[in-house]
Design a protein around this ligand. Sequence first.
Ligand SMILES: [Zn+2]
Length: 390
Amino acid sequence: MTDKRKITIFDTTLRDGEQSPGCSMNLEEKLQVAQALVELGVDVIEAGFPIASPGDFEAVRQVATKIKGATICGLARSHNDDIDRAWEALQHAEDPRIHVFLATSAIHREFKLNMSEDEIIGRAVEGVERAKGYCSNVEFSPEDAARTEVDFLCHVIEAVIHAGATTVNIPDTVGYATPEQMGAVIKSLVDRVPNIDKAVISVHCHNDLGLAVANSLSAVQNGAGQIECTINGLGERAGNCALEEVVMAMRTRPDYYTGDTNINTERLVPTSRLVSEITGMHVQRNKAIVGRNAFAHEAGIHQDGMLKHRTTYEIMRPQDVGFAATDLVLGKHSGRAALADRAKQLGYELNPEQLKSVFKEFKKLADQKKDISNEDIASLIDKELVGSAG
Ligand SMILES: [Zn+2]
């Protein structure tokens, strides 16, 4: 793992995540999440969009003032007022970053902004220069980049790097890109933008087609050095690239992926739980990495394999992402090996005859009941032991 590229993790749970319907957080909650993100090891925290509302401004200001150990970023459109307000909120941060954005795709140019290509480049450069007057760490995002003509995108990126942008972010704002396409866009920037070595390339993928993580990984394989993501994949509409998934993909497949991150993966589940509790957005049971079923096995053949050697059916250790242990769920699909193991954990020694008989009763119960608790198992065993003793 020595020659791995360090990939910057830019978390936008507090900005893009908070923008999703039903996910708003109050000031105290935002500070709690920001502190958890620092403990998780994220490099950059996007704390909000200061000009959006007085509440957003105050949240960014407090996060910037109180939270140490990560770069604190604030979002601004490419307007003087936005950028000034962002700086007002960020100025006391240990390591502030202003994130300026302006749409570049033909659809947005024509229908939203009514501006020509030259006017877009002029406005983007002005915005970056103004931000640069306040702080050295400036990110620029051409909104809807994934639907922007590649030639024009290259011109915009070259111009904003020349103006001082230190990170250039390629958002797939509407979740339309595919992995191959996203990889090709990043490769075009690497090959064709002459000053690209003066900035870090970033990606910001939305999950409308369920491809946000795949698109982000493809971007990294083609030269991106920063991934924008959120805890539990929160974000506008179908959400953003899920931090826990993209990080664990790189950590679990170092033979394939060339990048790694500073994330303390044991903090993934606790951080996921905190964000889920605060926002009220529950994590689906079968969600990769942090879902309740992510490390649970019920099928008898799988349980038997797991008890012989965990790598038979597990590619990650539950402890590495913050779960206490693998969960061998006892249900109607479970086999005798799992029941014997649970009996032992509960302190019982069963001979083969007893096990056979308890197993029969267990299957009857499992047909009637979805979740079999330890108490259920213990009472079945007690009944059997009393019966066979008597
Ligand atoms: Zn977004």
